[in-house]
Design a protein around this ligand. Sequence first.
Ligand SMILES: Nc1ncnc2c1ncn2[C@@H]1O[C@H](COP(=O)(O)OP(=O)(O)O)[C@@H](O)[C@H]1O
Ligand SMILES: O=C(CO)[C@@H](O)[C@H](O)COP(=O)(O)O
Length: 467
Amino acid sequence: MPKVAGIDSSTQSCKVVVCDADSGEVLAQASAPHPDGTECPPSAWWAALQEAASGLLDDVAAIGVAGQQHGMVTLDSRGEEVRPALLWNDTRSAAAATKLVERLGGARAWAEAVGSVPLASMTVTKLAWLAEHEPENADRVAQVMLPHDYLTWRLCGQPEQAVTDRGDASGTAYWSPITGEYRTDLLELAFGRVPNVPRVLAPNEPAGETPDGVLVSAGTGDNMGAALGLGIEEGDVVVSLGTSGTVFGVYDKPTTDPSGIVAGFADATGRFLPLVCTLNAARVLTSTAAMLGVDLARFDELALAAAPGSGGLVLLPYLDGERTPNLPDAAGSLHNLRREAMTPENLARAAVEGMLCGLADGLDALRGQGLVVRRVLLIGGAARSAAVRAVAPTIFGVPVTVPPPAEYVAIGAARQAAWALRGDAHPPTWSLGEGTVEISGDEVADGAAVGEEIRRRYAAARVALYG
Ligand SMILES: Nc1ncnc2c1ncn2[C@@H]1O[C@H](COP(=O)(O)OP(=O)(O)O)[C@@H](O)[C@H]1O
Ligand SMILES: O=C(CO)[C@@H](O)[C@H](O)COP(=O)(O)O
């Protein structure tokens, strides 16, 4: 019974799971926090990985890393960090994104070139920001890579040639999931020259070995890791409520949405992963709970005690600026305050409804790209919230499945490691285990009109403020 390890190096923490390579059963897990903020020295991720993995990796045969997408890791010619990595949720490159879109001839040109329209989140815009605002640092950059590439590179003993995979590479906006090739012309357009970039591996191709001889798989982005961990198929759409809110499904062909709402990413199995991402998800709930002076359990009780629609209150949850809709400088706002509606219960529920409305818009955007949404699988830290589980089917208007609480990103990375270990054509078959909760279609039908009204008010508040 070989064991494999999977690592999820996400925004807020590093999680490690050890799984049985044949069944996928989770045998051990641990985590360690990351520093707060929208930039982070990559070495802090390495330190968190070592803390979380301490004592867990002794007898594993293979390791895979899934990481937060898009982060700009820059290394000099000696492999030292040039500056802290700018993370996916850092919005300082918003103006650079607008300029880059114009310079290629508009949003459609980008969507057709790389599947996505650059927004502040995407690596290409961060490189443009670096070249413009920190030219001395930019001059020192010998290679650029993503958070998971960096950890894979460290695990493999820092070889000369770093590697990545299709999934994470597709989040740079200078690697095209449509052609399967780097667009070095776009990298040059943004950065003024072409630094070294990681080689893109096939989904089951090993990245190398640790100095102790443990196989390291290609790794991937965290959303691609979750898709692999859940084993989703067409018709399944995942809503992940972590630091980011993401809505994604597997698809057999690349998407090219010129509105930029759907990012046309690749997945970790050789297919595609159209994805919508919001900047504000679980922390909308934790911040509202803090504002109300309650813990998360009491927050859920409050939200569940309010009637659907929160007495008319609408919370636009753009607390850290927003990516979808593209409002990098926005702030959160509360609408329709009437004296009788101003209760802690309504505020708690409005936070849940506001967070979910943005993701329901994401479901519609995926449908617009041709995806079928038969059911939503709800995962991530805030899927643990009873209020979120209760409200989600009403807002989404489709049946919701809540898989057993687990670290699906890390499990996906472990499944990829097991796949690379076997060298088979397909990943091993792993089951999700006991404890899946299905929220039925009847409840959805009962809630449909209510959900539509909540979404209508949310859209009206957004339009009133931002057009
Ligand atoms: N019951 C809950 N209700 C709301 N939020 C929760 C709950 N449990 C955990 N969270 C939040 O989920 C977030 C972590 O989710 P996770 O998916 O691990 O995020 P990430 O992968 O972005 O680091 C934290 O902000 C945490 O406070
Ligand atoms: O930028 C995206 C997706 O495009 C984010 O989903 C990041 O990948 C961060 O993920 P979490 O830390 O929220 O899991």
